[in-house]
Design a protein around this ligand. Structure first.
Ligand SMILES: Cc1cc2nc3c(=O)[nH]c(=O)nc-3n(C[C@H](O)[C@H](O)[C@H](O)COP(=O)(O)OP(=O)(O)OC[C@H]3O[C@@H](n4cnc5c(N)ncnc54)[C@H](O)[C@@H]3O)c2cc1C
Length: 308
């Protein structure tokens, strides 16, 4: 029995999350990759190592990433597979519970370790503890945390290519339009090697240019706490944390961020953490490798001047 892996079809132009899920899924058996989209995209995926077959579905509703038709398509294909897998992205988190409901399964989300075909580890308590669980279900529906596995490269394989057809009907949702995020010269937050994040301590939008100047000086992405987003200092797509993005940069600079457990959940993969905070007792210092206690309106420009 092989693994059926749903490829991310939007918002990951380099397929990094899917390629990380390929690396993880290989531990479960031969992997078939379901690509919903253009023939060119499916054909490109045949070059990824570790795949037995690339299944190509050209159905427009599936290609647009609508959860209901994708879940119905996976359910229609499921009989030949034990493991039904997707990257733990917004799409995976949307599709896999629907698939699990269709197949009467308990989904296992955000897997960070595969011990055997039925035993998995996943974070709990906002990423502060790890659960190891065994699922005795005959079939498993998993999402894979893409930050926990090194992606397979985009070249080096030679998978077979096979067309599949989606079941009729599109479900209760209709795809109307897609507005891409505003173009930015900065690196993608999810995969950036350096992140400079601002919190409520920014105190207003006036401090944002200083945050961005440090980010640009370091070639970094800009991140935000939920409080900074809610206050309107930074846009919501930059939110790091339990209800935002999980990031794993080499360097994470947290300016004016207190270090709430929900924020730490999104940045705990960072290798080196620098905290800039007025309050010497702020919890962020406990998670930081380096602490700068002081006013960010002075420290951000000083750092930029020193590093620029
Ligand atoms: C279900 C749930 C999900 C959540 N998800 C997220 C999430 O995904 N991401 C997230 O970030 N939060 C999340 N939160 C919110 C979280 O609990 C915190 O409220 C939030 O992270 C606080 O943001 P903050 O650190 O920017 O603000 P605060 O906690 O208000 O901290 C501001 C910090 O700035 C410092 N400061 C003030 N002025 C300055 C200055 N001039 N210079 C330097 N430092 C200064 C202060 O000392 C303080 O430590 C979630 C909460 C819940 C309940």
């Amino acid at each position: 029995m092989t693994v059926l892996l749903l490829a991310e079809t939007r918002n990951t132009l380099d397929g990094r999350a899917t390629r990380a899920a390929v690396a993880a899924a290989q531990a479960l058996g031969p992997v078939d990759l379901l690509v919903c989209g253009t023939a060119e995209t499916a054909s490109a995926a045949t070059a990824w190592p570790g795949l037995a077959t690339v299944l190509h579905c050209a159905d427009p509703a599936c290609a647009q990433g609508l959860a209901e038709p994708l879940a119905a398509l996976l359910a229609a294909l499921a009989q030949s597979y034990i493991h039904l897998v997707a990257p733990a992205t917004a799409q995976g988190a949307s599709v896999m519970p629907r698939l699990a409901a269709l197949l009467n399964l308990q989904p296992i989300p955000n897997v960070v370790g595969i011990l055997d075909a039925q035993t998995f580890t996943r974070p709990t308590y906002a990423g502060n503890a790890l659960v190891t669980l065994r699922s005795d279900q005959a079939r498993q529906a998993l999402t894979i945390n893409p930050l926990a596995f090194e992606p397979v490269p985009p070249q080096g394989g030679a998978a077979a290519l096979r067309a599949v057809v989606a079941p009729p009907g599109t479900g209760p949702s209709a795809w109307l339009s897609f507005t891409p995020p505003a173009a930015s010269a900065r690196p993608d937050l999810a995969t950036a090697r350096v992140v400079v994040a601002g919190g409520r301590g920014l105190g207003g939008t006036e401090a944002v240019p200083a945050l961005e100047a440090l980010a640009d000086c370091l070639g970094a992405a800009v991140g935000a706490s939920l409080a900074a987003v809610e206050a309107g200092y930074l846009p919501s797509e930059l939110q790091v944390g339990q209800s935002g993005l999980a990031v794993a940069p080499e360097l994470y600079i947290a300016a004016g961020i207190s270090g709430a457990i929900q924020h730490l959940a999104g940045m705990q993969g960072a290798k080196v953490v620098v905290a800039i905070n007025l309050d010497p007792d702020a919890p962020i210092h406990a998670a930081a490798d380096y602490s700068l206690v002081g006013d960010l309106t002075e420290l951000l420009p000083a750092l930029t001047a020193a590093l620029g």
